[in-house]
Design a protein around this ligand. Sequence first.
Ligand SMILES: CC(C)=CCC/C(C)=C/CC/C(C)=C/CC/C(C)=C/[C@@H]1[C@@H](COP(=O)(O)OP(=O)(O)O)[C@]1(C)CC/C=C(\C)CC/C=C(\C)CCC=C(C)C
Ligand SMILES: [Mn+2]
Length: 423
Amino acid sequence: MAVASLHCTFSPKISTSLKLPEVTQGVQLSCSWRSVNKVLRSRYDGDRLQRKKGKWSLIPSKSRGNSTVLCSLAASPAGEVVISSEKKVYDIVLKQAALVKKQLSSNVLLDVKPKLVAPRTQNLLKEAYDRCGEVCAEYAKTFYLGTLLMTPERRRAIWAIYVWCRRTDELVDGPNAFHITPSALDRWESRLENLFAARPYDLFDAALSDTISKFPVDIQPLKDMIEGMRMDLKKSRYRNFDELYLYCYYVAGTVGLMSVPVMGISPESKATTESVYNAALALGIANQLTNILRDVRDDARRGRIYLPQDELAQAGLSDQDVFNGKVTDKWRNFMKSQIKRARMFFSKAENAVTELNQASRWPVWASLLLYRQILDEIEANDYDNFTKRAYVSKAKKLMALPIAFGRSLVSPSSRKQPSLGKA
Ligand SMILES: CC(C)=CCC/C(C)=C/CC/C(C)=C/CC/C(C)=C/[C@@H]1[C@@H](COP(=O)(O)OP(=O)(O)O)[C@]1(C)CC/C=C(\C)CC/C=C(\C)CCC=C(C)C
Ligand SMILES: [Mn+2]
Protein backbone atom coordinates (compact mmCIF):
# COMPACT_ATOMS: atom_id res chain seq x y z
CA MET A 1 0.00 0.00 0.00
CA ALA A 2 1.28 3.45 -0.79
CA VAL A 3 2.19 5.49 2.23
CA ALA A 4 0.64 8.93 2.37
CA SER A 5 2.80 11.84 3.27
CA LEU A 6 1.34 11.86 6.74
CA HIS A 7 3.16 9.72 9.23
CA CYS A 8 1.61 9.32 12.62
CA THR A 9 3.17 8.25 15.77
CA PHE A 10 1.05 6.91 18.53
CA SER A 11 1.42 9.77 20.88
CA PRO A 12 -1.32 11.59 22.75
CA LYS A 13 -0.87 14.41 20.28
CA ILE A 14 -2.26 12.36 17.47
CA SER A 15 -5.35 14.51 17.03
CA THR A 16 -3.35 17.57 16.13
CA SER A 17 -0.95 15.76 13.83
CA LEU A 18 -3.85 14.20 12.00
CA LYS A 19 -4.87 17.10 9.85
CA LEU A 20 -4.65 14.89 6.75
CA PRO A 21 -3.50 17.53 4.28
CA GLU A 22 -3.38 15.13 1.32
CA VAL A 23 -7.08 14.48 1.24
CA THR A 24 -9.32 16.47 -1.04
CA GLN A 25 -12.15 18.46 0.41
CA GLY A 26 -15.41 16.60 0.75
CA VAL A 27 -14.33 12.99 0.59
CA GLN A 28 -14.92 10.34 3.13
CA LEU A 29 -12.12 9.24 5.32
CA SER A 30 -11.99 5.87 6.81
CA CYS A 31 -9.05 5.36 9.03
CA SER A 32 -8.11 2.01 10.23
CA TRP A 33 -5.68 1.95 13.10
CA ARG A 34 -4.62 -1.58 13.17
CA SER A 35 -2.10 -1.15 15.89
CA VAL A 36 -4.86 -0.30 18.32
CA ASN A 37 -7.11 -2.77 16.64
CA LYS A 38 -9.88 -0.35 16.07
CA VAL A 39 -11.53 0.94 12.96
CA LEU A 40 -12.97 4.39 12.79
CA ARG A 41 -14.90 5.74 9.88
CA SER A 42 -15.69 9.32 9.23
CA ARG A 43 -16.09 11.88 6.54
CA TYR A 44 -13.14 14.03 5.93
CA ASP A 45 -13.05 17.67 5.35
CA GLY A 46 -11.07 18.76 8.27
CA ASP A 47 -12.22 15.99 10.62
CA ARG A 48 -9.70 14.80 13.10
CA LEU A 49 -9.18 11.65 15.00
CA GLN A 50 -8.23 11.94 18.60
CA ARG A 51 -6.89 9.46 21.04
CA LYS A 52 -7.94 10.04 24.63
CA LYS A 53 -7.35 7.63 27.45
CA GLY A 54 -6.28 5.01 24.95
CA LYS A 55 -9.49 5.42 22.92
CA TRP A 56 -9.74 6.84 19.43
CA SER A 57 -12.45 9.31 18.73
CA LEU A 58 -13.46 11.51 15.89
CA ILE A 59 -13.64 15.27 16.05
CA PRO A 60 -15.87 16.43 13.22
CA SER A 61 -15.07 19.64 11.54
CA LYS A 62 -17.69 22.39 11.75
CA SER A 63 -17.36 23.07 8.05
CA ARG A 64 -18.29 19.60 6.92
CA GLY A 65 -20.20 19.68 3.63
CA ASN A 66 -22.64 17.19 2.18
CA SER A 67 -20.66 16.05 -0.82
CA THR A 68 -18.93 13.14 0.73
CA VAL A 69 -17.50 9.74 0.23
CA LEU A 70 -14.69 7.58 -0.57
CA CYS A 71 -11.19 8.47 0.21
CA SER A 72 -10.06 5.97 2.67
CA LEU A 73 -6.82 5.91 4.47
CA ALA A 74 -5.59 3.02 6.46
CA ALA A 75 -2.87 2.86 9.02
CA SER A 76 -0.23 0.21 8.70
CA PRO A 77 0.78 -1.77 11.79
CA ALA A 78 3.69 0.61 12.14
CA GLY A 79 1.25 3.43 12.57
CA GLU A 80 1.82 5.06 9.19
CA VAL A 81 -1.20 6.35 7.37
CA VAL A 82 -1.45 4.59 4.04
CA ILE A 83 -3.71 5.16 1.08
CA SER A 84 -6.29 2.43 0.86
CA SER A 85 -6.94 0.37 -2.27
CA GLU A 86 -10.41 1.86 -2.48
CA LYS A 87 -8.95 5.34 -2.77
CA LYS A 88 -6.29 4.24 -5.26
CA VAL A 89 -8.84 2.51 -7.46
CA TYR A 90 -11.25 5.42 -7.19
CA ASP A 91 -8.54 7.71 -8.55
CA ILE A 92 -8.15 5.37 -11.54
CA VAL A 93 -11.92 5.46 -12.07
CA LEU A 94 -11.91 9.25 -12.05
CA LYS A 95 -9.10 9.34 -14.59
CA GLN A 96 -10.86 6.87 -16.86
CA ALA A 97 -14.11 8.80 -16.70
CA ALA A 98 -12.34 12.08 -17.45
CA LEU A 99 -10.45 10.53 -20.33
CA VAL A 100 -13.51 9.11 -22.00
CA LYS A 101 -15.39 12.38 -21.59
CA LYS A 102 -12.50 14.22 -23.23
CA GLN A 103 -12.22 11.78 -26.12
CA LEU A 104 -15.95 11.83 -26.79
CA SER A 105 -16.18 15.60 -26.66
CA SER A 106 -13.26 16.02 -29.06
CA ASN A 107 -14.99 13.62 -31.47
CA VAL A 108 -11.76 11.84 -32.20
CA LEU A 109 -13.29 8.42 -32.31
CA LEU A 110 -16.86 7.45 -33.07
CA ASP A 111 -17.85 10.45 -35.15
CA VAL A 112 -15.06 10.26 -37.67
CA LYS A 113 -16.30 6.86 -38.90
CA PRO A 114 -16.68 5.29 -41.37
CA LYS A 115 -13.00 5.11 -42.19
CA LEU A 116 -11.72 3.94 -45.55
CA VAL A 117 -10.55 0.37 -45.13
CA ALA A 118 -9.21 -1.84 -47.91
CA PRO A 119 -11.64 -4.69 -48.76
CA ARG A 120 -9.05 -7.34 -47.82
CA THR A 121 -8.58 -5.76 -44.39
CA GLN A 122 -12.33 -5.52 -44.02
CA ASN A 123 -12.69 -9.24 -44.73
CA LEU A 124 -9.97 -10.08 -42.25
CA LEU A 125 -11.59 -7.92 -39.64
CA LYS A 126 -14.94 -9.54 -40.22
CA GLU A 127 -13.35 -12.93 -39.76
CA ALA A 128 -11.54 -11.73 -36.64
CA TYR A 129 -14.74 -10.50 -35.04
CA ASP A 130 -16.68 -13.61 -36.08
CA ARG A 131 -14.09 -15.74 -34.34
CA CYS A 132 -14.32 -13.60 -31.21
CA GLY A 133 -18.09 -14.16 -31.30
CA GLU A 134 -17.56 -17.91 -31.56
CA VAL A 135 -15.25 -17.94 -28.53
CA CYS A 136 -17.72 -15.89 -26.59
CA ALA A 137 -20.63 -18.16 -27.53
CA GLU A 138 -18.57 -21.17 -26.50
CA TYR A 139 -17.43 -19.90 -23.09
CA ALA A 140 -20.29 -17.62 -22.04
CA LYS A 141 -23.47 -18.65 -23.79
CA THR A 142 -25.97 -16.57 -21.83
CA PHE A 143 -23.83 -13.51 -22.03
CA TYR A 144 -23.36 -14.05 -25.76
CA LEU A 145 -27.13 -14.16 -26.22
CA GLY A 146 -27.38 -10.90 -24.32
CA THR A 147 -24.90 -9.21 -26.63
CA LEU A 148 -27.09 -10.05 -29.62
CA LEU A 149 -29.41 -7.23 -28.59
CA MET A 150 -26.64 -4.67 -28.85
CA THR A 151 -25.84 -2.75 -32.02
CA PRO A 152 -23.54 -4.80 -34.31
CA GLU A 153 -20.52 -2.50 -33.69
CA ARG A 154 -20.91 -2.61 -29.94
CA ARG A 155 -21.57 -6.34 -29.87
CA ARG A 156 -18.43 -7.09 -31.85
CA ALA A 157 -16.35 -4.76 -29.72
CA ILE A 158 -17.55 -6.47 -26.52
CA TRP A 159 -16.70 -9.86 -28.02
CA ALA A 160 -13.19 -8.64 -28.82
CA ILE A 161 -12.74 -7.37 -25.25
CA TYR A 162 -14.19 -10.59 -23.88
CA VAL A 163 -11.71 -12.70 -25.84
CA TRP A 164 -8.76 -10.61 -24.74
CA CYS A 165 -9.86 -10.93 -21.07
CA ARG A 166 -10.42 -14.67 -21.42
CA ARG A 167 -7.00 -15.17 -22.99
CA THR A 168 -5.37 -13.08 -20.30
CA ASP A 169 -7.01 -15.15 -17.58
CA GLU A 170 -6.09 -18.38 -19.37
CA LEU A 171 -2.43 -17.41 -19.13
CA VAL A 172 -2.49 -18.02 -15.40
CA ASP A 173 -5.47 -20.38 -15.14
CA GLY A 174 -5.41 -22.33 -18.38
CA PRO A 175 -3.72 -25.59 -19.34
CA ASN A 176 -0.33 -23.91 -19.87
CA ALA A 177 -0.48 -21.93 -16.66
CA PHE A 178 2.22 -24.09 -15.17
CA HIS A 179 4.79 -22.62 -17.55
CA ILE A 180 3.74 -19.02 -17.14
CA THR A 181 6.39 -16.72 -15.71
CA PRO A 182 6.34 -12.98 -15.01
CA SER A 183 8.29 -12.45 -18.23
CA ALA A 184 5.55 -14.18 -20.22
CA LEU A 185 3.15 -11.63 -18.76
CA ASP A 186 5.57 -8.86 -19.70
CA ARG A 187 5.52 -10.15 -23.29
CA TRP A 188 1.73 -10.25 -23.21
CA GLU A 189 1.79 -6.63 -22.07
CA SER A 190 4.10 -5.52 -24.91
CA ARG A 191 1.78 -7.28 -27.29
CA LEU A 192 -1.04 -5.24 -25.81
CA GLU A 193 0.94 -2.05 -26.32
CA ASN A 194 1.54 -3.06 -29.93
CA LEU A 195 -2.09 -3.69 -30.63
CA PHE A 196 -2.92 -0.29 -29.14
CA ALA A 197 -0.37 1.11 -31.60
CA ALA A 198 -2.23 -0.60 -34.48
CA ARG A 199 0.32 -3.42 -34.70
CA PRO A 200 -1.75 -6.50 -33.82
CA TYR A 201 -0.02 -9.84 -33.51
CA ASP A 202 -2.87 -12.16 -34.48
CA LEU A 203 -6.47 -12.13 -35.60
CA PHE A 204 -7.95 -11.72 -32.09
CA ASP A 205 -5.59 -8.85 -31.39
CA ALA A 206 -6.61 -7.31 -34.71
CA ALA A 207 -10.24 -7.30 -33.59
CA LEU A 208 -9.34 -5.52 -30.36
CA SER A 209 -7.07 -3.13 -32.22
CA ASP A 210 -10.01 -2.18 -34.43
CA THR A 211 -12.29 -1.87 -31.39
CA ILE A 212 -10.02 0.60 -29.63
CA SER A 213 -9.87 2.69 -32.79
CA LYS A 214 -13.66 2.98 -32.69
CA PHE A 215 -14.42 3.28 -28.99
CA PRO A 216 -12.66 5.30 -26.30
CA VAL A 217 -11.25 2.28 -24.47
CA ASP A 218 -8.08 3.18 -22.63
CA ILE A 219 -5.11 0.87 -22.20
CA GLN A 220 -4.91 1.33 -18.42
CA PRO A 221 -7.63 -1.15 -17.35
CA LEU A 222 -6.16 -3.79 -19.67
CA LYS A 223 -2.69 -3.26 -18.24
CA ASP A 224 -4.19 -3.45 -14.79
CA MET A 225 -5.80 -6.78 -15.58
CA ILE A 226 -2.36 -8.13 -16.50
CA GLU A 227 -1.15 -6.75 -13.17
CA GLY A 228 -3.86 -8.86 -11.49
CA MET A 229 -2.48 -11.94 -13.22
CA ARG A 230 1.00 -11.01 -11.95
CA MET A 231 -0.48 -10.88 -8.48
CA ASP A 232 -1.86 -14.39 -8.97
CA LEU A 233 1.62 -15.61 -9.78
CA LYS A 234 3.19 -14.28 -6.64
CA LYS A 235 0.48 -14.18 -4.03
CA SER A 236 -1.83 -16.81 -2.60
CA ARG A 237 -3.06 -15.07 0.58
CA TYR A 238 -4.77 -11.72 1.21
CA ARG A 239 -4.17 -10.21 4.62
CA ASN A 240 -7.35 -8.14 4.64
CA PHE A 241 -10.17 -6.85 2.48
CA ASP A 242 -8.08 -3.90 1.38
CA GLU A 243 -5.62 -6.26 -0.34
CA LEU A 244 -8.42 -8.35 -1.77
CA TYR A 245 -10.22 -5.27 -3.08
CA LEU A 246 -7.16 -4.32 -5.12
CA TYR A 247 -6.94 -7.82 -6.56
CA CYS A 248 -10.64 -7.74 -7.44
CA TYR A 249 -10.18 -4.40 -9.17
CA TYR A 250 -7.29 -5.75 -11.21
CA VAL A 251 -8.95 -8.92 -12.44
CA ALA A 252 -12.60 -7.88 -12.58
CA GLY A 253 -13.27 -4.20 -11.87
CA THR A 254 -11.15 -3.50 -14.94
CA VAL A 255 -13.71 -5.35 -17.08
CA GLY A 256 -16.32 -2.76 -16.12
CA LEU A 257 -13.97 0.08 -17.05
CA MET A 258 -13.23 -1.50 -20.44
CA SER A 259 -16.86 -2.20 -21.22
CA VAL A 260 -18.59 1.10 -20.44
CA PRO A 261 -16.83 3.06 -23.23
CA VAL A 262 -18.28 0.51 -25.65
CA MET A 263 -21.70 0.10 -24.09
CA GLY A 264 -22.15 3.83 -23.85
CA ILE A 265 -24.08 5.99 -21.44
CA SER A 266 -27.64 6.87 -22.41
CA PRO A 267 -28.06 10.37 -23.86
CA GLU A 268 -30.98 10.76 -21.45
CA SER A 269 -28.82 10.02 -18.44
CA LYS A 270 -28.25 12.76 -15.93
CA ALA A 271 -25.79 10.71 -13.94
CA THR A 272 -22.19 11.78 -13.92
CA THR A 273 -19.76 9.73 -15.99
CA GLU A 274 -17.75 9.03 -12.82
CA SER A 275 -20.76 7.56 -11.04
CA VAL A 276 -21.47 5.21 -13.95
CA TYR A 277 -17.84 4.10 -14.07
CA ASN A 278 -17.89 3.60 -10.37
CA ALA A 279 -20.93 1.38 -10.65
CA ALA A 280 -19.28 -0.60 -13.44
CA LEU A 281 -16.30 -1.11 -11.16
CA ALA A 282 -18.67 -2.25 -8.40
CA LEU A 283 -20.20 -4.86 -10.71
CA GLY A 284 -16.79 -6.28 -11.48
CA ILE A 285 -15.88 -6.40 -7.79
CA ALA A 286 -19.23 -8.01 -6.90
CA ASN A 287 -18.73 -10.67 -9.58
CA GLN A 288 -15.23 -11.47 -8.45
CA LEU A 289 -16.19 -11.66 -4.77
CA THR A 290 -18.95 -14.06 -5.78
CA ASN A 291 -16.47 -16.08 -7.85
CA ILE A 292 -14.20 -16.33 -4.84
CA LEU A 293 -17.00 -17.53 -2.54
CA ARG A 294 -18.19 -20.08 -5.07
CA ASP A 295 -14.68 -21.39 -5.78
CA VAL A 296 -13.31 -21.70 -2.23
CA ARG A 297 -12.80 -25.44 -2.63
CA ASP A 298 -11.16 -25.32 -6.08
CA ASP A 299 -8.88 -22.48 -5.06
CA ALA A 300 -7.90 -24.25 -1.82
CA ARG A 301 -6.96 -27.31 -3.86
CA ARG A 302 -4.49 -25.11 -5.70
CA GLY A 303 -3.19 -23.80 -2.39
CA ARG A 304 -4.97 -20.47 -2.77
CA ILE A 305 -7.14 -18.72 -0.22
CA TYR A 306 -8.58 -15.45 -1.42
CA LEU A 307 -10.65 -14.92 1.73
CA PRO A 308 -9.35 -12.04 3.90
CA GLN A 309 -7.06 -13.57 6.51
CA ASP A 310 -7.94 -11.11 9.25
CA GLU A 311 -11.67 -11.74 8.81
CA LEU A 312 -11.14 -15.48 8.89
CA ALA A 313 -9.21 -15.10 12.14
CA GLN A 314 -11.89 -12.84 13.62
CA ALA A 315 -14.43 -15.57 12.85
CA GLY A 316 -12.24 -18.06 14.71
CA LEU A 317 -11.14 -19.79 11.49
CA SER A 318 -7.76 -20.63 10.04
CA ASP A 319 -6.37 -21.72 6.67
CA GLN A 320 -6.49 -25.26 7.99
CA ASP A 321 -10.27 -24.98 8.46
CA VAL A 322 -10.56 -23.98 4.83
CA PHE A 323 -8.40 -26.91 3.73
CA ASN A 324 -10.37 -29.30 5.98
CA GLY A 325 -13.57 -28.06 4.38
CA LYS A 326 -15.98 -28.67 7.24
CA VAL A 327 -19.12 -26.55 7.41
CA THR A 328 -19.41 -25.33 10.98
CA ASP A 329 -21.38 -22.49 12.55
CA LYS A 330 -18.23 -20.40 12.51
CA TRP A 331 -17.94 -21.00 8.78
CA ARG A 332 -21.63 -20.20 8.21
CA ASN A 333 -21.32 -16.92 10.06
CA PHE A 334 -18.19 -16.04 8.18
CA MET A 335 -19.85 -16.82 4.84
CA LYS A 336 -22.90 -14.75 5.79
CA SER A 337 -20.77 -11.67 6.23
CA GLN A 338 -18.88 -12.30 2.97
CA ILE A 339 -22.14 -12.76 1.05
CA LYS A 340 -23.51 -9.59 2.58
CA ARG A 341 -20.50 -7.65 1.33
CA ALA A 342 -20.77 -9.07 -2.20
CA ARG A 343 -24.47 -8.13 -2.28
CA MET A 344 -23.59 -4.62 -1.23
CA PHE A 345 -21.40 -4.26 -4.33
CA PHE A 346 -24.18 -5.67 -6.52
CA SER A 347 -26.60 -3.07 -5.12
CA LYS A 348 -24.12 -0.32 -5.83
CA ALA A 349 -23.86 -1.49 -9.43
CA GLU A 350 -27.63 -1.91 -9.83
CA ASN A 351 -28.19 1.80 -9.36
CA ALA A 352 -26.48 2.65 -12.62
CA VAL A 353 -27.38 -0.04 -15.14
CA THR A 354 -30.32 2.11 -16.24
CA GLU A 355 -27.90 4.89 -17.13
CA LEU A 356 -26.34 2.82 -19.90
CA ASN A 357 -27.52 2.95 -23.49
CA GLN A 358 -30.81 1.12 -23.91
CA ALA A 359 -29.40 -1.74 -26.00
CA SER A 360 -26.56 -2.40 -23.57
CA ARG A 361 -28.74 -2.74 -20.49
CA TRP A 362 -30.11 -6.19 -21.10
CA PRO A 363 -26.84 -8.14 -21.09
CA VAL A 364 -25.66 -6.20 -18.07
CA TRP A 365 -28.89 -6.83 -16.13
CA ALA A 366 -28.80 -10.47 -17.16
CA SER A 367 -25.24 -10.94 -15.99
CA LEU A 368 -25.91 -9.06 -12.75
CA LEU A 369 -29.03 -11.09 -11.87
CA LEU A 370 -27.45 -14.40 -12.82
CA TYR A 371 -24.21 -13.82 -10.99
CA ARG A 372 -25.98 -12.56 -7.89
CA GLN A 373 -28.06 -15.72 -7.82
CA ILE A 374 -24.89 -17.71 -7.18
CA LEU A 375 -24.91 -16.11 -3.73
CA ASP A 376 -28.49 -17.34 -3.18
CA GLU A 377 -27.36 -20.81 -4.21
CA ILE A 378 -24.52 -20.77 -1.68
CA GLU A 379 -27.11 -19.96 0.98
CA ALA A 380 -29.42 -22.68 -0.32
CA ASN A 381 -26.50 -25.11 0.03
CA ASP A 382 -26.29 -24.15 3.70
CA TYR A 383 -22.94 -22.43 2.97
CA ASP A 384 -21.34 -25.67 1.91
CA ASN A 385 -18.97 -24.49 -0.78
CA PHE A 386 -16.62 -27.34 0.06
CA THR A 387 -18.55 -30.30 -1.29
CA LYS A 388 -21.08 -28.47 -3.48
CA ARG A 389 -20.52 -26.04 -6.31
CA ALA A 390 -23.13 -23.30 -6.28
CA TYR A 391 -24.64 -22.95 -9.71
CA VAL A 392 -27.73 -21.43 -11.19
CA SER A 393 -29.96 -23.96 -12.92
CA LYS A 394 -30.96 -23.57 -16.55
CA ALA A 395 -34.57 -22.96 -15.51
CA LYS A 396 -33.55 -20.14 -13.15
CA LYS A 397 -31.32 -18.68 -15.84
CA LEU A 398 -34.19 -18.69 -18.28
CA MET A 399 -36.43 -17.02 -15.73
CA ALA A 400 -33.89 -14.26 -15.16
CA LEU A 401 -33.73 -13.29 -18.82
CA PRO A 402 -37.21 -11.75 -19.18
CA ILE A 403 -36.77 -10.03 -15.81
CA ALA A 404 -33.52 -8.55 -17.11
CA PHE A 405 -35.28 -7.54 -20.29
CA GLY A 406 -38.09 -5.85 -18.36
CA ARG A 407 -35.58 -3.90 -16.30
CA SER A 408 -33.65 -2.88 -19.37
CA LEU A 409 -36.72 -1.07 -20.67
CA VAL A 410 -36.62 1.38 -17.79
CA SER A 411 -34.88 4.46 -19.09
CA PRO A 412 -33.02 7.01 -16.99
CA SER A 413 -35.72 9.63 -17.41
CA SER A 414 -38.57 7.32 -16.39
CA ARG A 415 -37.28 6.35 -13.02
CA LYS A 416 -37.02 8.13 -9.72
CA GLN A 417 -33.90 10.26 -9.43
CA PRO A 418 -31.23 7.75 -8.53
CA SER A 419 -28.89 7.98 -5.64
CA LEU A 420 -25.86 6.82 -7.49
CA GLY A 421 -23.39 7.08 -4.69
CA LYS A 422 -20.75 8.92 -6.64
CA ALA A 423 -18.13 6.81 -5.06
C1 LIG B 1 -22.98 0.75 -15.09
C2 LIG B 1 -22.69 -0.68 -15.14
C3 LIG B 1 -23.14 -1.49 -14.00
C4 LIG B 1 -22.06 -1.17 -16.20
C5 LIG B 1 -21.70 -2.54 -16.42
C6 LIG B 1 -20.24 -2.71 -16.64
C7 LIG B 1 -19.86 -4.12 -16.94
C8 LIG B 1 -20.19 -4.65 -18.26
C9 LIG B 1 -19.20 -4.83 -16.04
C10 LIG B 1 -18.76 -6.21 -16.31
C11 LIG B 1 -18.42 -6.89 -15.05
C12 LIG B 1 -17.91 -8.28 -15.30
C13 LIG B 1 -18.68 -9.24 -16.09
C14 LIG B 1 -16.75 -8.60 -14.76
C15 LIG B 1 -16.10 -9.93 -14.92
C16 LIG B 1 -15.63 -10.36 -13.58
C17 LIG B 1 -14.98 -11.71 -13.61
C18 LIG B 1 -15.85 -12.85 -13.37
C19 LIG B 1 -13.64 -11.79 -13.80
C20 LIG B 1 -12.92 -13.04 -13.92
C21 LIG B 1 -11.53 -13.04 -13.54
C22 LIG B 1 -10.66 -14.07 -13.00
O1 LIG B 1 -11.33 -14.82 -12.03
P1 LIG B 1 -11.11 -16.37 -11.76
O2 LIG B 1 -9.89 -16.84 -12.42
O3 LIG B 1 -11.22 -16.51 -10.28
O4 LIG B 1 -12.38 -16.94 -12.41
P2 LIG B 1 -12.64 -18.15 -13.40
O5 LIG B 1 -12.71 -19.34 -12.52
O6 LIG B 1 -11.52 -18.19 -14.39
O7 LIG B 1 -13.95 -17.81 -14.06
C23 LIG B 1 -12.02 -13.26 -14.86
C24 LIG B 1 -12.16 -14.60 -15.42
C25 LIG B 1 -11.33 -12.24 -15.77
C26 LIG B 1 -11.72 -12.38 -17.21
C27 LIG B 1 -13.07 -11.81 -17.46
C28 LIG B 1 -13.85 -12.26 -18.46
C29 LIG B 1 -13.44 -13.32 -19.39
C30 LIG B 1 -15.18 -11.59 -18.67
C31 LIG B 1 -15.05 -10.45 -19.63
C32 LIG B 1 -16.41 -9.93 -19.91
C33 LIG B 1 -16.64 -8.91 -20.74
C34 LIG B 1 -15.61 -8.17 -21.47
C35 LIG B 1 -18.02 -8.48 -21.04
C36 LIG B 1 -18.68 -7.77 -19.89
C37 LIG B 1 -20.02 -7.42 -20.32
C38 LIG B 1 -21.17 -7.81 -19.74
C39 LIG B 1 -22.41 -7.46 -20.41
C40 LIG B 1 -21.26 -8.57 -18.50
MN1 LIG C 1 -9.65 -17.86 -14.18
